[in-house]
Design a protein around this ligand. Structure first.
Ligand SMILES: *Cc1c(COP(=O)(O)O)cnc(C)c1O
Length: 390
């Protein structure tokens, strides 16, 4: 018997990736950073590979090394690197690394010599997001250093890339502007003798709406998990995550009863309250207080009052809800239940955050489906991944 679980449909991840791959001639990288957007980095990565992804993308070096330790052999790119890290470990593990500064190129040369093999590098250009990447004024110095390191054999420049600011708003003028700046960067790099095999800029939104931005590789994250980056459009994707818990108890209370910390919610009639054992310690946003939708049996209701660390309360009226009944917070939504999109709307955030919050959760993550389980590779049973598998 289980009390609460996050169910991850690996076949949905595989099928979403296969669909995205069928829609492009570029290779597909699936972002599995932040514990696979809460879905489990290694299982999600394997399911993505089963769907045709040839690359996995992570933010940190540690995430990349964890993929390698788990035996993942797909190409891996790590793109958020502070100075002073043990980059030789990444080089030795065959991890592609992103660089946007001359200082990091220098570190990569040192790391390559220490590892005894070339560092495989993607140069990051800032084309307008103003986050990571080198701005155009920095390109000549970066390209010169990169070309020199490449010629010296310590560094192999295999990629040139950037990231969109507003691709989730199709038609926004910044998308064309960033593409133009990216093309200028590629042209300038060529003057320095840099013609990398992989040019990439498209995230999920651009992959779904801008085929002219696919270049040699698309980097999809949210769409692989079956959620849409663009409000109001689903693109035939299937959400992979379901979060649910069993009602611990129910009680009848009179009209006018204040509910949960602060007594911020008051019953408007005699009613049944159901206690659901998931809280902000598990990933439920406290902003979902008196807002988050829940389905229990055939009853769709909202959270009554504050979300606590471990639990929240639902006002189910006169519905025949009993202890042990399953309360679904969000899932694919095909049964009429709430979705991560509904939760995002109810809490003023994006679907990305709703699912990712469950990544470091104490809730057991249960994998369903077959994708990525082949080749005798067992799924990890560590930490919060422990529990029933399959
Ligand atoms: C997270 C991330 C992606 C994937 O973005 P989605 O919007 O989830 O598709 C792509 N590229 C980079 C650099 C990222 O950090």
């Amino acid at each position: 018997m289980w009390q609460a679980e996050v169910r991850v449909d690996l076949d949905a991840i595989r099928d979403n990736v296969a669909m995205l791959r069928a829609g492009t001639s570029a290779e597909v990288l699936v972002a599995v950073k932040a514990d696979g957007y809460g879905h489990g980095m290694v299982p999600a990565g394997r399911a993505a590979v089963a769907g045709g992804a040839t690359w996995l993308g992570v933010a940190t070096l540690d995430e990349a090394l964890e993929l390698r330790r788990a035996g993942v052999r797909a190409r891996v790119l790590a793109w958020l690197i502070a100075p002073g890290l043990p980059l030789h470990e990444g080089v030795a593990a065959g991890v592609d690394l992103s660089a946007a500064t001359v200082g990091l190129i220098d570190e990569l040369v040192t790391a390559a010599r220490r590892a005894g093999q070339p560092a495989v590098v993607h140069l990051k250009l800032d084309t307008g997001l103003a986050r990571g990447g080198a701005v155009p004024a920095e390109w000549p110095a970066l390209f010169e250093a990169a070309a020199k390191a490449h010629a010296g054999g310590d560094v192999e420049i295999v990629g040139m890339w950037s990231h969109f600011a507003r691709a989730d708003e199709p038609g926004h003028e910044s998308i064309d502007r960033q593409l133009a700046v990216f093309t200028e960067g590629l042209a300038l790099a060529e003057q320095y003798g840099l013609a990398p095999r992989y040019r990439h800029i498209a995230n999920s939104a651009a992959t779904l709406t801008r085929p002219d931005a696919h270049f040699d590789l698309v980097r999809v994250g949210i769409a692989a998990y079956g959620l849409s980056p663009i409000a109001g459009r689903t693109f035939g994707l299937r959400p992979a995550m379901t979060a649910r818990a069993r009602v611990t108890l129910t009680k009848r209370v009179p009209a006018g009863q204040g509910v949960s910390y602060g007594l911020t919610y008051h019953t408007d009639r005699e009613t049944t309250l159901a206690v659901v054992p998931l809280g902000y310690g598990d990933g439920v946003p406290r902003h979902a207080s008196s807002a988050g939708p829940v389905r229990i049996g055939d009853t769709r209701a909202r959270i009554a009052g504050r979300v606590c660390m471990d639990q929240f309360v639902v006002d189910v009226g006169d519905a025949p809800v009993a202890a042990g009944d399953v309360a679904t917070l969000f899932g694919p939504g095909d049964d009429g239940g709430p979705t991560a999109d509904d939760w995002a709307e109810a809490t003023g955030t994006i679907n990305y955050e709703i699912v990712t919050r469950f990544g470091s959760s104490r809730v057991p993550r249960i994998y369903t489906g077959e994708a990525g389980r082949g080749s005798g590779q067992a799924l990890p049973a560590t930490g919060h991944d422990a529990g029933e598998i399959g």
